[in-house]
Design a protein. Sequence first.
Length: 394
Amino acid sequence: MKQILENLKKENNYRFLKTIQYEGKYVLYQGKKVLNLAGNDYLNIAKNENLREEFFRQIQKKDFFLSSSSSRSLSGNCSVYEKFENDLAQKMNKTNPHSLKQMKSKDTKEVLHFNSGYQLNLSCIQALGTLANTLFIADKSIHASVIDGLRLSTSTFVRFRHNDMSHLESLLQQHYKKYENIILISEALFSMDGDFTKLKKLIEFKKQYKNILLYIDEAHSVGCFDESGLGFARYLGLDQEIDFLVFTFGKALASTGACIITKKEFKEFFINKARAFIYSTALPPLNVAWTHFIFEKLSTFTQQRHNLQEKSQFLKNTLLQNGFEVLGQAHIISLMCKSNEKADELANRILQCGIFAPAIKVPSVAKNTARIRFSLHCDLDEEDLEKIVKSLLQ
């Protein structure tokens, strides 16, 4: 164990916990007030005191439990869980004005709540892996929770080069006749490269190869797209084409937990086979009530979503104009440093200029792709964006 830790230090890949205090859009770190660009509070909901006060004014006493004291399959299935799931399902089943597909009763989706996105992906992928003659095909840049679920699964899995549809198609042609089910896995907005999946092309493949099921994680996009705030797939009018749609609540929604949106038979399957659902004490009802409250408010954050997109585009364009190599199509912008050493050096330099954006290194990203990841939010102003650029140019 000591040798492993020493090797991590030599590779500039040793992790340690940073003690911070939140103060609006800043954090206090090492005795210094610095602009926080490391969080995922994209709509600044977590810092919205008025919203919190409104929630606590309207919360009912029956929802104000700080522990469920059991898994949902035993005695932890409080009414607030089913109320949230039913109301979100109703929103998702409403006709999408962007969709070309007419909603039919057989397409109706249901919602199942989990304690976290990690637990959800891990246990749902593992559960799906118990289906006979199933192959998973996942994007190379998929989240660690999915990779861990694939490793625990008894089914075969292969991975295609990130967003490379030609490579994916070659894998489909190679495998589709051998398997009863092929489950394609991707993220709507990738957490590190900050680019969108090629969702329309994935759906074309699904229509072409009839044994495909589509699994899309909206962890970093739910809340941030569409007038409803219900994600990137909804914005494109394609959410009804997705068999397993995952929403994570700990980012733009400023809560905790996650849910999977799928057909009734799959919901019943996960209730019976997803181990993290079966064997975990459910989240406190208070947390679920807050998540429900935020979903009811999501459509009112149109201006915040507009601000987020506008400022993200401005920062990306400015960095490109100054000769930096950057990735990202939305509010996650990665400045490429290649080596761990260069990423650490740059992170420390901009920290001295008042910017908190720690280096991202292996295993969060592939070897030789270390970076500074700017996680933007809607309340950054022009002065903040200029400060970021100036800190990099020094």
